[in-house]
Design a protein around this ligand. Structure first.
Ligand SMILES: NC(=O)c1ccc[n+]([C@@H]2O[C@H](COP(=O)([O-])OP(=O)(O)OC[C@H]3O[C@@H](n4cnc5c(N)ncnc54)[C@H](O)[C@@H]3O)[C@@H](O)[C@H]2O)c1
Length: 430
């Protein structure tokens, strides 16, 4: 089966490489011509912080024209952005641009069997029925005769995309035609020994993608609620309490540790898209709304810590990591970046060190060396749990106060805090 992959970003490129590994004939295209040219010459440095990318050595065939890329393929994976609109709904504008090209291709081809369009981008409920299928029909094509949609979003975390593709919990397959479903099943049966496939209607699959992220974010917000309780108590530890709660098999310890707000390119916006959908249906949306409110209040608590620093005449704050998690340079909705912006607004000087983000972020001073950063700042915020940080000898840092929301540093001899109460005590004891 010949597969075309359109959109070679953080998700599309790994997927194209992954499919190629299993000997599918893969052709790929991205509207970003510079990226295409770079990938044609050398694809080894692109997304290089993705864990395990080096194992995927086979090069994919990249085309500068979408029509050439689509030629002779049976199925197209579409992985282009679906940016959030102000309402929270996702925009299908870029998807429609790709579909327009797919229509031209379908009309020109001689082989008259439905071309399968596998949408991997996240879409809002109603997108297939109200926008994507009508768009194709307006072009004179017939659903499930000329084309068939599959909705197949991946549950991947940036940095671990290959690992998540290699061992997914299950594969979500929204479909409307049995023929298209059979074909996509062939792909996944070739890749995995015993794939757990979850076929369902397109409408159901769109909801599953959003509801999974809504559930995970509600777990994270629950941990932040627990942390508020334990912090206020003073002598109780969120870590101990959450570990015990999560050991109940009905709950589980995944995404259930003390930490900060949920962040990144998917969680916050998927939650907002769900709220928008519920509102459009006049439905109670207390769960995603409350989850979101707790997230906002978790940020407020952190901003209050910054204000406390300001009142106590601290001037220099440093951040260890500015992306939203390790092994990626994605800074979308990153906790560190929001705190950096807030610190700056308060008039503090902001510095950072990052293992994964190459580009410099305006307004903040980057240090190329962590030790230099630590020497220059009064407070150091640890942005995420990262194995690379295990090597840091925090004992050497005599003066710097470590803001450790994950309670990552176990050493009792260093100056550290994870909440305002600990911070106040720390400064009083000084
Ligand atoms: N990144 C994630 O962790 C993740 C996880 C699950 C779902 N998603 C969803 O996947 C989609 C893509 O996300 P991403 O992170 O890969 O985005 P990205 O911005 O990293 O990559 C998208 C790529 O699509 C290209 N593109 C844009 N318009 C195009 C067009 N008309 N034709 C061809 N190429 C085009 C861009 O140049 C870019 O290279 C989004 O809907 C996102 O919500 C992402």
């Amino acid at each position: 089966m010949k597969i075309s992959v359109i959109g070679l970003g953080k998700l599309g490129f790994p997927m194209a490489k992954f499919l190629k590994k299993f000997n599918f004939e893969v052709s790929a295209y991205d509207i970003n011509q510079k990226l295409c040219e770079e990938l044609k010459i050398n694809d080894k440095t692109y997304l290089s912080s993705e864990v395990g990318i080096n194992k995927y050595k086979k090069k994919i065939k990249i085309f500068n024209s979408i029509q050439e890329c689509l030629l002779n393929t049976d199925i197209t994976y579409v992985t282009v952005p679906t940016p959030s609109l102000r309402s929270g709904k996702f925009s299908n504008k870029l998807l429609l641009n790709v579909l327009d090209n797919i229509c031209t291709f379908i009309k020109a081809k001689s082989k008259k069997q439905p071309h399968i369009i596998n949408i991997n981008s996240t879409v809002s409920p109603g997108s297939f029925e109200e926008e994507l299928i009508p768009f194709m029909e307006k072009k004179g094509l017939i659903n499930d005769i000329d084309f068939s949609f599959i909705y197949n979003p991946y549950f991947v975390a940036l940095g671990n995309v290959f690992k998540n593709l290699e061992s997914p919990d299950y594969i979500l397959l929204g479909y409307s035609s049995n023929q298209a479903l059979s074909k996509i099943k062939l792909i996944y049966r070739k890749i995995y020994k015993k794939p757990i496939l979850k076929p369902m209607s397109l409408k159901e699959a769109v909801l599953v993608k959003l509801l999974v992220n809504c559930y995970i974010t509600s777990k994270i917000s629950f941990t932040n609620f627990v942390k508020k309780l334990t912090d206020k108590n003073g002598l109780t530890s969120a870590e101990v309490v959450l570990e015990a709660i999560g050991s109940d098999k009905r709950i589980g310890n995944h995404y259930f540790k003390q930490g900060g707000p949920f962040s990144g390119p998917c969680f916050p916006r998927d939650n907002l898209a769900l709220i928008n959908f519920c509102k459009s249906m006049n439905l109670n949306h207390l769960i995603p709304k409350t989850t979101n409110k707790i997230n906002i209040s978790t940020y407020s608590d952190m901003f209050n810590i910054l204000k406390f620093f300001k009142r106590n005449k601290f001037k220099k704050i440093g951040f260890l990591g500015i992306s939203y998690k390790p092994n990626t340079d994605d800074i979308t909705e990153s906790v560190a970046l929001k705190l950096m912006q807030e610190s700056k607004k308060l008039g503090m000087r902001v510095f950072y060190y990052d293992n994964y983000v190459n580009k410099n972020i305006k307004s903040f001073k980057r240090y190329k060396n962590l030790n230099t950063l630590i020497k220059h700042v009064e407070i150091l915020f640890i942005s995420y749990l990262d194995k690379k940080n295990n090597k840091i000898n925090f004992r050497k840092i005599s003066k710097t106060i470590i803001w450790d929301i994950f309670e990552f540093t176990k050493n009792k001899n260093i100056k550290k805090f994870s909440n305002i109460y600990q911070l106040k005590k720390l400064l009083k004891d000084k």
